[in-house]
Each structure stands twice: as structure tokens, then as C-alpha cells.
Design a protein. Structure first.
Length: 503
């Protein structure tokens, strides 16, 4: 516990993050994210990466709609474990696909199940105190970048020599390994308390205290009384399990504007992020005039321009290099976000990242040397990843515990619409209609999202994670902002949110 002498006034989340393994999960899901390996395996047939990518995003969106039900009634750890098992199972089956139809179907199932990864982010966020939450969650994304980079390296070594079947199989193996560590992942004490299980919540807190060699909590957290529920915070009714975390709760008057704004922002970040992933392997073809034509010697003292007119083009070493360099951008943005997210706030951090993304998208269209274009791609990938980092944090912080998993799942589902839309711009509009028009679309989306970020009604910097929907009321937020301890952790106010202490 952070302060054993005042343990009776601390809420279950005001404790250091457990020493149990968490961050490697992020690396695993990043390594097996469907878009990357299917895009690398697009040699199956022309347009394969477009069809299968959209299919995977459709399945992920469908799963996120269904994910709301188990997240409302089942603990986050259970949802995460189920998703992890199914991803590994269907991912391995992809390598045995007898036809393109089966590959798309099985890959769609991977996309259907991989949406459960968001529950791991929710689980970690609910254990982190306000003082360290943003910094830890940003550092958590290092493992996403590691997985993305490793997948590119794996494809570079496996795809040209062994083929896509071995690539999908090797990508699935780490998931089986990490499934063995699932038993060490603690359940969310916030979920247990919100669902009326204070004894289990206290047991989890005590176990974490023992793991960290800290004295146990002297008080016992209990659910709020009927009076507290009606007059202050959490509407925990006797049949709370039946109505906790409904989709309509996201449109509660205190959250309606936030929800609608986040929907557009999640759509935009996925549209931009996956757009630059797809463009990274094709932009050099559109800028070929800037770099000069490729010539090879055909005979003595003769040269001839070689043109590949085949429908399906294998990735070249330069393509892998460009993807790997752009993947490193996800590491570079982390120090920037660490500084700005608490200094400027979540809204301004997202707005700056969206704005810089639009700037570098526009610069990428300019005919410049290949090294400069690669640098622009690097910066776009960096700031797009920075948006993802921050919008995940903002979403889990702004929604109360009763709808946090549902809110994050639905927002991620909306993001899949952006993922499904961007191939039509990057791989249809850009090569077949107009490169300039395609870049204008990306710039416009980025600028619009930057404005929306500044219009978000709630700033979560220095704000304790709410437990109930009515906590968005301005009077309650003001009370909680003033009721903090000497170290600024808001422990006294948080216990009001979680219930009360019982010695």
C-alpha cells in the first residue's frame, strides 16, 4: 500500500501495480495483430490484403458488440483469458488453411477474438493510482511497439524463404506460451467491488500487498450504502448485475457529448494509423519519378528499364526496411507523451498529435528524396501511435467502472470502422484515382480530430477514476478535485467513490 498508516482511507486502486506479469501481453497481441501479417502475406492473390484485412476488422467489430455482454457480467480477467485462448487457436489454424476462403474465414475469427485484448488495458488501469497511471500506461505501449517491430523482422526472415503459412504459425506460438502465465494475473478489485463482492476485492488487495511485501490494508472495503447510492455516487441496486454497463449508459446525459466525440476520434485514429501502415509499402512506387528509374544491365554496354507488370508484387527488402523504420516511431513518441500528458493534459496531447499527423501526411505527398519520405512516414507512425496511447488512457479514465469495459470496447469497435475504411483510400483511391485526393482525405480527418480533441468536455488529468455515472456532475468533480491527500493522490475522495472503510 502507498501509505499503510492511512490504509483505511485508501480505495482498492490506490496501490502499486502488482508484480505479476502484465506488459508481455501487449507484445503478444501486437505481434499477432491481424493487419500486419496479412498485409505481409498479400502475395496469396491480388487484393488479398484488402479483402482479408476488411474481413478481420468486420469480425473484430462484431465481437466488440458482443463483448459488451460478457464484460458486464464476467470479470475482465476471464474475458481476457478466453480471448487469448481463441486467438492462439484460430491463429494456428490459419497456417493450415486449404484455400483462400478458409484463410479469410479463420483470419476473421482471429479478428473476432482479438478485441478482448482491450480488457487487459482496462484491468491494468484500474490498479494504477492517479499519480502514476498515465506514465505507466504509456510505458505499457512499449511492448506494442516491440511486437510490431518483431513481426516485421519475423516476416523478413520467414516470408521469402518459408512462406506465409510458417509466418502465421510462428506468430501464434508466443500466445500459447503466455497462456501459462494467465493464472498469475489478478482480478480487478474495482470490478469485484462494483459488482457487490467486497470480500473478494479485499482478498485480492491483500494478496497484492503480500506480493509487494507491504502491510495489509487495515480497513475493509464494502459496497456503498443505500443512502450513499441514492444521494452521491454509484447506483448499485440489488440487481446491479442485470443492468451494469449497458450500451445506453454511454449516452447518459453526463457522458453523451463525450461518447459521441470519442466515437469520431477513435474512427479517425484507426483510419490514420492503418492508413500509414498500408501506405508505407506503396508510397515509394508513387514517388518513383522522384528517385529515378531502376535500370539493370542486359548485355554488353546496354541497359534497359525493367518494369514489373504482374498483378502481385512480392515485398522487397526496402519495403521491410521502411516498415521497420516506421515501426520504431512508436518508441520515439513515448517520451513526448510522457512529458505532455500530465503537463498539458490528455486533450491537448491528443490535439497536438493529431495536428502533427496532418502536417506530416501533407509533407509526404511532396516529391523529396527517399530518405526524407521515410522520415515523414516515421513521424506519421510516431504521432499516430501517440494518439492511440493517449486515447486509450483518456477513455478508461473518463468512463466510470460500471461502463468502463463497455465504453472501451464500443469505442474500439468504432475504430474498426476506420480500419475498414482506410484500405479504400490507401489502395483504391490512391493508386486508381488520385494520390493528391487520398492525402487530402487523410489530412482532413486528422485536422477534424484535432479540433474534436480540444472540444472534449472532460479533462481527466488529475481526476480520479469514477465509479458511477453521476460522478460526471460538475459539483461532484469539483469536490473530488479538492479532496486530495498531501501527495495529490485523492485517496479520501476515492474511497467515497468505492464505498467506505470498515475496520
Amino acid at each position: 500500500l502507498q501509505n499503510p498508516d492511512r490504509a483505511q482511507t485508501h480505495c482498492p486502486h490506490a496501490i502499486p501495480a502488482p508484480r505479476r506479469p502484465r506488459t508481455p501481453w501487449r507484445c503478444c497481441f501486437s505481434l499477432y495483430w491481424p493487419g500486419t501479417s496479412l498485409r505481409l502475406a498479400a502475395q496469396l492473390r491480388p487484393g488479398g490484403h484488402h479483402t482479408s484485412g476488411v474481413c478481420g476488422h468486420v469480425r473484430r467489430r462484431a465481437w466488440r458488440r458482443r463483448l459488451g455482454a460478457p464484460c458486464r457480467t464476467k470479470p475482465p480477467r476471464g474475458v481476457f483469458g478466453l480471448s487469448l485462448s481463441l486467438i492462439a487457436y484460430f491463429g494456428l489454424l490459419c497456417s493450415f488453411s486449404p484455400s483462400f476462403f478458409w484463410l479469410v474465414s479463420l483470419r476473421g475469427m482471429v479478428g473476432f477474438c482479438i478485441s478482448g485484448a482491450t480488457s487487459s488495458f482496462t484491468l491494468l488501469s484500474e490498479y494504477l493510482p492517479q499519480t502514476y497511471r498515465a506514465k505507466v500506461l504509456i510505458a505499457y505501449n512499449v511492448f506494442w511497439g516491440l511486437g510490431s517491430s518483431f513481426e516485421v523482422l519475423l516476416a523478413y526472415m520467414v516470408l521469402p524463404n518459408l512462406g506465409w503459412r510458417y509466418l502465421t504459425a510462428f506468430s501464434a506460438l508466443p500466445l500459447f506460451i503466455f497462456m501459462l502465465a494467465l493464472g498469475f494475473l489478478p482480478e480487478s478489485a474495482r470490478y469485484l467491488l462494483a459488482s457487490g463482492q467486497p470480500k473478494k476485492a479485499a482478498a485480492v488487495i491483500d494478496q497484492i500487498a503480500r506480493d509487494n511485501r507491504k502491510p495489509p490494508m487495515t480497513g475493509r472495503p464494502v459496497a456503498a450504502s443505500v443512502t450513499e447510492r441514492q444521494s452521491f455516487l454509484v447506483p448499485l441496486r440489488p440487481r446491479f448485475q442485470a443492468d451494469r454497463g449497458t450500451l445506453l449508459s454511454l449516452f447518459h446525459p453526463n457522458y453523451r457529448r463525450t461518447t459521441l466525440t470519442l466515437f469520431f476520434m477513435w474512427f479517425g485514429v484507426a483510419f490514420l494509423y492503418y492508413g500509414i501502415v498500408l501506405i508505407s509499402t506503396e508510397i515509394f512506387q508513387f514517388h518513383s519519378d522522384c528517385y529515378g528509374s531502376s535500370e539493370v544491365t542486359v548485355g554488353h554496354n546496354t541497359t534497359e528499364i525493367v518494369t514489373d507488370e504482374s498483378c502481385c508484387r512480392s515485398l522487397q527488402p526496402d519495403d521491410y526496411k521502411a516498415m521497420l523504420i516506421s515501426s520504431f516511431g512508436e518508441f520515439v513518441i513515448i517520451p513526448f507523451n510522457l512529458i505532455t500528458i500530465d503537463a498539458l493534459g490528455r486533450r491537448w496531447t491528443m490535439a497536438i498529435n493529431y495536428g502533427l499527423t496532418s502536417v506530416f501526411f501533407g509533407l509526404t505527398y511532396i516529391c523529396v528524396p527517399k530518405a526524407v519520405t521515410t522520415a515523414f512516414l516515421f513521424m506519421i507512425r510516431a504521432h499516430a501511435a501517440g494518439i492511440f496511447n493517449t486515447i486509450y488512457i483518456y477513455t478508461v479514465e473518463v468512463y466510470p467502472t460500471v461502463v468502463r469495459s463497455v465504453g472501451l470496447g464500443v469505442c474500439s469497435s468504432i475504430a474498426r470502422l476506420g480500419s475498414m475504411s482506410t484500405p479504400f483510400v490507401a489502395q483504391v483511391l490512391m493508386p486508381d484515382v488520385s494520390v493528391l485526393l487520398a492525402f487530402c482525405v487523410y489530412v482532413t480527418v486528422a485536422v477534424a480530430c484535432a479540433v474534436l480533441a480540444l472540444l472534449l468536455p472532460i479533462e481527466t488529468r488529475g481526476r480520479a477514476m469514477p465509479q458511477g455515472l453521476v460522478e460526471a456532475d460538475p459539483d461532484i468533480v469539483a469536490f473530488r478535485a479538492d479532496s486530495v491527500d498531501g501527495e495529490g493522490r485523492g485517496a479520501t475522495a476515492e474511497i467515497r467513490m468505492q464505498g467506505r472503510s470498515e475496520n
